[in-house]
Every structure is written in structure tokens, then in C-alpha cells.
Design a protein. Sequence first.
Length: 508
Amino acid sequence: MEKILVLDFGGQYNQLIARRVRDNNVFAEILPYTTPLDEIRAGNYKGVIFTGGPNSVYDMQSPHYSAEILDLGVPILGICYGCQLIAWMAGGTVSTAPVSEYGKIEFTAKDSPIFKGIREKSTVWMSHTDYISSVPQGFEIIGTTDDCPCAAMQNRERDIYAVQFHPEVTHSEFGMQMLHNFLYVVCGCKGEWVMDNFIEATVEKLRAQIGDKKVILGLSGGVDSSVAAGLLSRAVGNQLTCVFVDQGLMRKDEGDFVEQTFTSLFDMNFVRVNYGEQFLSKLRGVTDPEEKRKIIGTEFFNVFWNEIRNQKDKGFFAQGTIYPDCIESGKGDADVIKTHHNRVNIPSDVQFAGVIEPLADLFKDEVRRVGEKLGIPRELVWRQPFPGPGLGVRVMGELTAEKIKIVQEADWVLRDEMSKNGYESELAQFFCVLPDVKTVGVMGDHRTYDHLIAIRAVTTDDFMTADWARIPYDILAKVSNRITNEVAGVNRVVYDITSKPPGTVEWA
């Protein structure tokens, strides 16, 4: 499989670069700048992309690399800091720019394979305080801005290219075309990275790795574990056992939906552990949200691993780890792998033949595409983010069976209405919260003193920040009317209009 290496020097867009490469049907993987040259050489990459970064190349504490990489014999593209690093390694001069450039800047391009098919003048996205004041010998300037005399350079003989701006962001007008040109015109890629090929290759690889052994997967019903289960089922059928712990804190009928989906669509052994009452007993009297999270998390894994211990032939342990869960960051201590809930610690008394992570090369959107091709229902493939502790953090105060039922029913009404009017596609996340609040109301000429339901809906691209969603009043009115009429114990509905920051998406 043809591959492009994204060598990370601490850039905030490292994953975005890899995504853009994959959008062009070429596989990309990210490695930190500490990766030895011999390892890169052995990777048989079609090309290498140096990412940006927040540092200055003439600061020797900054990420650097051996200049030998420029003689690797494969095309190289440097972006922002990566551009300056190439100049520094090749003998050019990098200095503090007289004028820093940030945001959209007009760029003038000259003749180059990476600028094939783009206009002479276009808008690019800049973010730099240093610049190349003197290009290395053998390089020529192929792009300028009013304040940056070397906004792009090339050495066509060595197939080395460098741009001071960020082609991977959508603000760069022809950035996608530039990356396409690097991949296809310069690197000679064929574009063989497609989901169908990934599924076929992964299934064959899993069969070879697993052989006649068993596989155990912890199935949460979320996107990642569901797609991992689908792939494993296609590969080894009933050698796979999926353990699904239903702690009673999922959305309405969700546990039944997960069980029905996987027992009807896939060849596997499905083990459902219903543990709702026991979870509630552990949480009795607990009101602090952090304490609830800890209890739910600890108890969940106790139940899960106890069930695993009951499995006679354990074989391999499979996880729904995806690429962003396990890449090496390249920032700070570059060899530290990011921890994530998809990667769990295996107790010392539970022995497996090995760990299998069939989705470890994929980003989230790619996982969803695989799920669709495997025939997993859209409700699972496009499932919204759901907190690990489930409704335990959407019920404020002490958890009771009554409160859980109320928030399940109200949440179902909200989802039903969003689905009916097609507004769900406008929202990144939406759900109901049950605050520990009761209010006075009137129903049928009688005074009531019942629960309040809060609706939370946000729009966001990355969940780092989020804005409250401007749902039309008529839709909110219909949802409120249905909740107060159809959900016993609720007499008031409010809408949360807090953005993140200062609030968070979840209430607790």
C-alpha cells in the first residue's frame, strides 16, 4: 500500500494534514520527529510531509531532524515550520520576520509542479513570526507575499518543496489542489486508499493473525467498538465474543437495540450483562458528579473483567482504538502516547494471546464510512457522543430508577422530534438533563410539584468550543409540549443557552 509519512514537529494541524492526504485516497500516517531515519527509510513511503510547529528553528531546544532526511530519495513537502526547517537543514537562513503574517494573505505563485492548475494570485492562510531570509543553494523561490519574500521554494532536482503557509486548512484557497499536486504530480501516487480495500485487507490480516483462536471484545454500543465488532465478525465469525455491560444508564431501549443489532446482523457470540440494579445500589446517596463518575467507571470495569474471567478460552483481546487515540503527539515528550478510554488496562490476572486494534489506522469519519459499508445501522454509525458514565451525569443529584426513567423518556421525545423535522443534522449534540430541581405547576386545574427538564443542544466543529444551538421556537414549543404531556413527573421545560466556554457541553 502506498503511504505518505506526516512527520510531526509539534504542529496543531498534524492530524488535519493526514486527513487531507487520505481525502485524496492516499494513506497517511503520523510519526513524531524523534523517529529514527532508518525506521523512516524502512517505511517505503512515497513522500514525506513536515508539519508546522510553534517553535523557531534557530532555537536549538526546538524540534530538529538530521539533514540526511533530505537525501532520502523521496519527495518532501515542508509546511510552515517544516518549510523553515528545510531551509535551515539545507544551509539557508531563517530570521525573525520584520512583519509577522497571520490569517488570510494574498499569495503570488510561480511555476512549480505543486502549483499546477492554480491561479497566479490566491489567498493562503499564514501563521508565522519567522521567515526564510536566504534560501539554500539549489533552491529557488516559487511564491511570495507582500511581506514574505520567500513564501514558497523548491529544489526540483531533489523533489523538495516548501511552503510558508498552511495548504491543509480550508482558508487556503487552492490548498487542497496543492496537496493533490504533491501527491499525484510529484510523488506519483495512484490513489489506492479506499474503504473497500481497507475492509478486505483488514479482514485478511485479522484471519491470519487470529487463526483458530478466540477473540473477546468489550462492546459499548458506541461507534468505534461497534465497527470493530463488525470487522471481527466478518473475519472470524463466531470465534468472536462481544461482552456488553448494560449498567442501566443508557438511553431509552438502547441496550435492547444494541443486542438486537449485533445478534441479528453478525455471526458472533453476544454476552449481555444486565447490571442496572447493582449499579444503582453502589450509587445510593451519592450526589457529587465526580464521585459518581468514579464509581460508575470502577464498577463497570469490575463487572466487565469478572465476566471476561468466566470465559474459558480467552484468545485475543480486541479494542475499538482509533488513530487519534494512539498517535504519538510530537509535542513536548514526543514518545508519550495519548491515553484514551478506548484503551483499557488489562488486569494482571487476565491473560490474552495479544491485543487486536483493527481500527487503529483510521480517523473517526473513516470509521463511520467502514461501519456503513459493513451494514451497521445508521443509528449506531452516526451515534452522537455519549458520556462514559451514561445518564449518570445527566441526572443531577442522587440517581434513582425513577429519575433515570424520566430523563430517558424526555430524551426520547427530544430525539423523536429532531428526527421528524430533520433538524438533527444541524446539531453536533443534543440531549436532556434532569436537574435536582422541582417546580410548582398546574395541570388539569390541580397544583403540581414536579421535575424540571433542561434541554441542551450545541453546534461545534471540534467540541473544544461550542455554541448553543438556535433551534426554532416552534420546534422547541412542540418538544416542551410533548415532554410535559407524555413524561410523567415533569411539569416544566427550560432551554440551556450557555456556550462553551464558560459552560461545558455536558452539565456534569
